[in-house]
Design a binder for this molecule. Structure first.
Ligand SMILES: [Cu+2]
Length: 176
């Protein structure tokens, strides 16, 4: 049983290997930034503010993909102004065969990534950021690799607030 779990995890790392290292790099870069600048940077680089019930979604972006890169990464920020928790259940995009919700965390010097099949809880009164180095979207079976300046349409489904369409602005492969 242990062997099966280990090999399945290795396969996931392998498929997302490139993104893993790129995101790990960003993770280090971001540690050097002060959080005061992060908010304004998100506003400037992301898509328009989208409201869905009690939720406010902003800073939607995807990263440009390099030649041969099999998967794409992206994210957004969601703020829950309501008094009850909500949950990001799923994400779809006509650009991709599948969009997975992933979580990354540093364990020692190793960046580990796993799919969150139950989605992400958006707690009442809190803001959750899907960004490199942490929670993020992983685009699988991308039909045409994302290029800087492209717009990537996605549909988000929340447990309580329902569905909303969003456009991710494609930034450089470095996420700038
Ligand atoms: Cu991932």
């Amino acid at each position: 049983m242990k062997i099966v779990r280990t090999s399945a995890f290795a396969a996931l790392l392998c498929a997302c290997g490139f993104i893993g290292s790129a995101l790990a790099q960003d993770h280090h870069n971001m540690q050097g930034m002060d959080m005061g600048n992060m908010g304004s940077m998100n506003m400037a680089m992301g898509g328009d503010l989208v409201k869905l019930g009690d939720l406010e979604i902003s800073g939607a972006f995807a990263k440009a993909m390099l030649p041969g890169q099999p998967v794409g990464g992206g994210g957004f920020t969601v703020k829950n102004n309501g008094s009850t928790d909500d949950r990001l259940v799923s994400v779809t995009s006509p650009t991709s065969g599948e969009v997975q919700i992933h979580e990354m965390a540093m364990q020692g010097n190793v960046m580990k990534m796993r799919q969150l099949k139950d989605g992400i809880i958006i707690p009442a009164g809190q803001t959750v950021e899907l960004a490199p180095g942490n929670l993020h979207l992983m685009f699988q079976k991308v039909k045409t690799p994302f290029k800087q300046g492209d717009k990537v349409p996605v549909t988000l489904t929340f447990e309580k607030a329902g569905k909303v369409d969003l456009v991710l602005n494609v930034l450089s492969a470095q996420g700038k």
